[in-house]
Design a binder for this molecule. Structure first.
Ligand SMILES: Nc1ncnc2c1ncn2[C@@H]1O[C@H](COP(=O)(O)OP(=O)(O)OP(=O)(O)O)[C@@H](O)[C@H]1O
Length: 687
């Protein structure tokens, strides 16, 4: 319909043409499900004369087939849903009494957040939910979408086409949240293909899904940026614009053809032009027969004019629900006429806001405005629409528990997530460029500092220090690489998992498998290849391979530890803060700084969970066990260490422990990773 933001201006100021069906065949309230696609075709052009270009342009017949030989748009929702909410009352529990502080008894009462609010939205309608901050908009959205309810007590009914609905509302609706979360290294088209593979019904063939992706790209004006990297402004990865990102969020939801959409402040953070283009997209989607609710903060008058209806909220009550033109009429009737050339949205918010310093006065005014609405014909119209529900329960839940939340099978999820993780990793600058350069530079520095050590008394300490540095470097480089990136993608994982796209185990396995070869096998080998020969360690290829193998294991156990810290940390900064205090004790008991036989008894357990100790023992055994002759100068002041076995003995290490150390590193690798996985499951269930 529109291909880029530049040709959007002329469209956003004019009302998007409603499809004929959505005007003339609009489903009556509570009439049950109807095939919207066939309604649209019959009603288009012929009945209204309106140009239904959305349908005419659609080349694909997938989904609903043909009607009278004409192709239907894949984007039309398959059913019409009317959403009603009736007498919603939401209460927050009273705050806990503080025993050390005298508190006003009034502040210890439960807080009423929503006070018997009712409303409805019909198919083909774009409803703006507006109100001053704290009016209860987000709480209403959370009640309707059955999300983020926390400790709130909710009473009342939410109904779809007259039937009570609860948690199962998620299966027939989409929720475009305020924050756009994407894997920023993917291209727009790739992101949509991934969404299509996991969110569309499994009976739809792959070809149909790909056609659907192309259709959605065209319809949501993403053609221009379809092959552009999405980007991540927070990490400095430049990509598509804010408006395109928001439209991509809509596109991800529209793929599944939801008849009901909720949008939380879709224009926040956008300039007025972008905001207009985003609301034009919503208007377009509503015109196709969807039911759309959208919270919005201070829209410009142009954006406000694009909404069909408005719900004004104040102090947890309805101050108005009706068409945007009726809102003006209603406020004028009750003595608050919006001045000419004044933005009506600003006018309403001003009237309904609680000004600091004048709280009591404003609250009384707001109560009067809400009472006036309750007695108006507009409120009566809302109550007339309410069908008495036979259910007395709260927001009933239908058939949600028995069904798997996932559309794709385990293997389909695995394939798609592997593909996406591979794409994301292969384009991640932190992984490819930065990690490679970092590894090579550090290896060269270590190699130059310890260049070609001779086998004499002084070099024993140098070589041991160098071997310990190998372990420390492997640990810190990989641990911090994980905790700087992994927590950042967890919110995307949590949202996608919550949306029923893939299981936690699929995500975790794919992440591990994709990252393993380059980051956690090849890079440690590159590091060893540079340093081992530069330093002049035990000069046999077998020993080089053993050293590389030990460093690969150390690298992977550090990665497990990094995953573990990341899954239990709410953010990167927390993960970065808790990593050093956890690592330093393990480092201290690694065998270099403190001889393992001298560790205080109450700290002995720390050496058992320290891969530093196991790794260091293995590396020193690999280095020293076959050396029988260490040079001893004639005038050396202290007794000489003449062979490798003595070096090992001086560190309280033994060649007999070698295999056990390897097994213990493997055990730590598995245990830390398992704990990380449990943490991930815990996070995904606590969201
Ligand atoms: N779990 C809770 N416990 C206590 N009070 C709450 C809780 N959730 C919301 N509130 C309060 O309820 C009121 C309405 O909150 P809500 O977030 O719904 O407002 P809003 O209209 O979305 O505001 P904004 O536009 O600023 O996001 C606010 O005063 C808020 O502090």
């Amino acid at each position: 319909m529109y291909d880029d933001e530049n040709n959007m201006t002329d469209k956003v100021n004019t009302k998007t043409p409603l499809i004929g069906g959505s005007l003339s065949n609009r489903g009556g309230f509570g009439q049950g499900k109807r095939d919207y696609a066939s309604i649209s075709i019959r009603g288009s052009n012929d009945q209204t004369g309106a140009s239904s270009s959305y349908i005419a342009e659609s080349p694909i017949t997938y989904g609903h087939g043909r009607d009278n030989g004409r192709k239907t748009s894949v984007l039309l929702p398959t059913e019409q849903l009317s959403l009603t909410w009736c007498d919603i009352e939401v209460t927050a529990p009273p705050p806990k009494r503080k025993w050390f502080k005298k508190q006003d008894p009034k502040t210890l009462l439960p807080k009423r957040i929503l006070r018997r609010v009712s409303g409805y939205v019909e198919p083909g309608t774009l409803l703006a939910v507006m109100g001053a901050s704290g009016a209860g908009k987000s709480t209403l959205m959370n009640v309707l979408t059955y999300r983020n309810r926390g400790n709130l007590t909710v009473e009342g009914h939410v109904m779809i086409n007259g039937q009570p609905v609860g948690r199962s509302i998620a299966s027939s609706s989409a929720y475009v949240q305020q924050e756009d979360l994407f894997f920023g290294n993917l291209r727009v088209r790739e992101h949509l293909i991934f969404q299509a593979l996991l969110r569309m019904d499994s009976h739809i063939p792959k070809k149909g899904r790909m056609e659907r992706v192309e259709e959605v790209i065209r319809e949501l004006g993403l053609s221009k940026c379809a092959n552009t990297i999405i980007g991540n402004p927070a990490r400095g990865i430049k990509g598509i614009s804010g408006g395109e990102m928001k439209r991509l969020s809509f596109a991800s939801e529209v793929l599944t053809n939801p008849p009901l959409m909720f949008c939380d402040e879709p224009t926040s953070g956008l300039d007025s032009f972008m905001a207009q283009s985003v609301v034009a997209t919503l208007q377009h989607l509503a015109a196709q027969g969807r039911t759309i609710l959208c919270t919005i903060h201070q829209p410009s008058s142009e954006v406000y004019a694009m909404f069909d209806r408005v719900l004004l909220m104040a102090e947890g009550r309805n101050a108005f629900l009706g068409s945007t033109s009726d809102a003006l009429r209603h406020f004028s009737n009750i003595g608050h006429t919006c001045p000419t050339n004044y933005n009506p949205a600003d006018f309403y918010i001003q009237k309904l806001a609680i000004e600091p310093g004048k709280e009591q006065q404003c609250r009384e005014k707001v109560e009067k405005l809400c009472d006036a609405y309750d007695q108006s014909i507009f409120a009566k119209e809302v109550y007339d629409k309410m069908k008495p529900s036979e259910s007395k329960g709260l927001l009933e839940d239908h058939n949600i528990k028995s069904r798997s939340p996932y559309k794709a099978s385990w293997f389909a999820q695995f394939r798609a997530v592997m593909w996406r993780t591979y794409l994301d990793n292969s384009r991640e600058p932190m992984i490819i460029r930065v990690r490679t350069v970092q590894t090579v530079i550090i290896a060269l520095i270590i190699g130059l500092v310890f260049l070609q050590q001779p086998y004499d008394q002084d070099s024993i300490q140098n070589i041991n220090g160098c071997l310990f540095l190998f372990i420390t470097n492997m640990t810190f480089a990989n641990l911090f690489a994980v905790i700087q990136v992994f927590p950042l993608e967890l919110p995307v994982f949590l949202r996608e998992h919550f949306n029923g796209m893939y299981r936690t185990d699929v995500y975790f396995i794919c992440k591990n498998l994709v990252e393993l070869p380059y980051q956690f096998i090849i890079l440690p080998i590159v590091f060893t290849a540079i340093t081992y020969w530069m330093v002049g360690l035990y000069p046999y290829f077998v020993n080089f391979c053993i050293c590389a193998g030990i460093l690969v294991l150390v690298c992977n156990v550090s990665v497990s530890f990094g995953y573990m810290i990341s899954t239990f940390s709410p953010s990167v900064s927390v993960a970065l803060a808790i990593a050093p205090p956890l690592i330093v004790p393990l480092l201290l008991f690694g065998g270099l700084f403190l001889n393992t036989s001298d560790i205080p008894v109450y700290f002995i357990w720390l050496q058992y969970i320290s891969w530093f100790k196991y790794g260091y023992e293995c590396l020193t055994v690999n280095q020293w066990q076959n050396i029988d002759d260490i040079e001893c100068p004639a005038n050396y002041s202290v007794p000489c260490i003449t062979d490798g076995q003595t070096v090992l003995a001086s560190l309280s290490f033994s060649a007999d422990n070698f295999m056990m150390d390897i097994y213990l590193i493997l055990v730590l690798l598995v245990v830390y990773r398992l704990i990380a996985y449990i943490g991930l499951v815990w996070r995904s269930q606590n969201k």
